[in-house]
Design a protein around this ligand. Structure first.
Ligand code: 6PG
Length: 265
């Protein structure tokens, strides 16, 4: 049955303004969740885009370090490369260096995907962690309070790459996805878990993302080629935080800097 998603995209001048907007959004959503439930379970993606945002959250010169309800947070990862946590490719290492080493999160509040293990084992262990932490039974799917995604210039998100089996993985919570085009394996939340989150937002910047983003949002539905199109949150809403370069091919937002699209699939 066709489903309509209300997409909101907010366009910022450049990478610093975009990072600040993302930090504000993390803060706002974390505070909302803690106020409602006493905790906030946040899942973050890796890559390069989130670095600036993580640095702002940890910056003592910014309001976020004092304002974030760190003691009530649980931090999870959307995906991980199959490398040790000390490797320069590790999403965990990037997040630790940019933020975790500088904020008051205890080790028991951070749930790392063990990229150093064989992929299937890392996926199974992370799935078990999710089942335990979310107290899942049977086919229940964890509902993250906030889940931040990036998008590659090939239209991938998380570690669900074009023409990979991860596109079709519907039963597992965490999957070891073979990515031939990168000659590697990745460990990733599956898209049924991602879309279950209460608040899913994409954080995308740069000229190289303009065309794929335009195709994801306004092109024909083709998730084999554009896996980001799989992200149709159960909440019915999806937010994109973009810089001008990434938003260049989307309908102009006028003076507001905010655009809206209703996408039916
Ligand atoms: C990863 C990410 C991935 C990332 C996109 C965008 O492990 O690389 O989870 O999905 O969000 O590849 O990466 P950039 O932010 O580096 O463009």
């Amino acid at each position: 049955m066709a489903k309509t998603i209300s997409v909101e995209y907010r366009v910022y001048d450049g990478p610093d303004a975009l990072a600040h907007a993302a930090a504000e959004h993390f803060l706002e959503e974390a505070q909302k969740s803690v106020a409602a439930k006493g905790k906030a379970r946040i899942a973050v993606s890796g890559g390069s885009t989130p670095k600036r945002t993580f640095a702002l959250l940890a910056d003592p010169q910014q309001k976020f370090l004092n304002a974030m309800p760190w003691a009530q947070l649980e931090l999870y990862f959307v995906d991980e490369r199959t490398v040790p946590p000390t490797d320069s490719d590790s999403n965990y290492r990037m997040t630790r260096e940019a933020m975790l080493d500088k904020v008051p999160l205890k080790p028991g509040q951070v749930f790392r995907i063990e990229g150093e293990l064989p992929p299937d084992e890392a996926a199974a262990r992370y799935e078990s962690t999710l089942r335990n932490q979310f107290k899942l039974e049977g086919a229940e799917v964890p509902r993250f309070d906030v889940l931040a995604l990036g998008m590659g210039d090939d239209g991938h998100t998380a570690s669900i790459f074009p023409h990979t089996a991860g596109i079709h993985e519907l039963s597992r919570l965490v999957y070891a996805n073979k990515v031939p085009q990168k000659d590697t394996w990745r460990v990733t939340l599956t898209w049924p878990v991602i879309v279950q989150a209460s608040e899913v937002f994409f954080l995308i910047g740069g000229k190289d993302k303009a065309d794929p983003l335009h195709r994801v949002l306004q092109g024909p539905y083709d998730p084999e080629t554009l896996p980001s199109q799989l992200i149709q949150p159960k909440s019915g809403k999806l937010l994109f935080l973009l810089d001008r370069d990434a938003a260049a091919l989307l309908p102009p937002t006028g003076g507001s800097g905010v655009g809206r699209l209703e996408i039916t699939r």
